[in-house]
Write a protein that binds this ligand. Sequence first.
Ligand code: SF4
Length: 347
Amino acid sequence: MDNKYLDNIINELKNYDGPEIRLMEVCGTHTAAISENGIPSLLSDKIKLISGPGCPVCVTVTAVIDRLIELSLMENTCVLTFGDLIRVKGTKGSLADAKGDGARVKMVYSPMDSIKLAKENPLMNYVFAAIGFETTTPVYALLIEEAKKLGLKNLKILTSLKTMPEVIRWVVKNGSNIDGFIAPGHVAAVTGGKIFEELSKELQIPFVVSGFEGEQLILTIYALVKMAGKGGYKNLYKSVVSEAGNLQAKEMVEKYFETSDSFWRGIGKIKGSGMTLRPEFMEFDAGSIGLDEDHEPAGCRCASVLVGAISPHECPLFGKKCTPDNAHGACMVSTEGSCYNYFISGR
Ligand code: SF4
């Protein structure tokens, strides 16, 4: 891209002096990329970037962590998880704390690693902590397909899977005054951009599908500033996101999962905002149904941060009792969390 063109856009964004514009990203990778690229420093104070409920670890309720801890303490049972989740606190501490007390908890880099472990250790029962959004659900579907094919009886998943459209509707209807959404590129690669086009029409708010490079994010923000107050939809990530999405991945998800109500940290139940295993595959479920309890650590304001009601700085514990080295709440644990990224980048 012509550097001069980009410079002009940045200049326009820096000098923007119209009504305040509040733009929300709903993808943890966008949250991290915005901080890493120093994007807020390139914008006028009148353009606010707000991190929404797009970090999988941050939106997982405490009941799920408690259930995972319970499982990890059962005889011959090992909980497998991604790194970030291990440090998030439930009501009785985190999986890392439980591990310190002798529980079996193992970090893996891909859900498919659990197949290898289950095959090699037939006397051990494995439970994968299946959290995430539309992006990761196809991998869990593949995991079940493979476990079924191999006849593995010692591998299950505990699901806390979320989907985007309903939580976006919730954020808009519950007064966060959002003027535009940076639509999540990874989610859209699976679902297709069309669902965000439909949301933009329904909610009369602009959506722009974005990639993760600094330049792309600037162009996305510029497009949203121009579209604010008018609505509309754009896909600026066409190299990865088609309007129909990844049909094969969607078929796999459809085969093994069905839409369900889901519980979100700090929000509570949102109808139709999750995915659970279909009844015919419940033999692979490790007790995911009814995990609705959510108890924030004392003083933590994650619930308000996650929906854009306050900025992380407005939490009295931010940078004091709560830092990445000593995270008090989930939004400070994950590298995709709002509080973590505000702290690391000095936003
Ligand atoms: Fe919670 Fe820490 Fe963020 Fe405050 S700074 S909202 S305690 S995660």
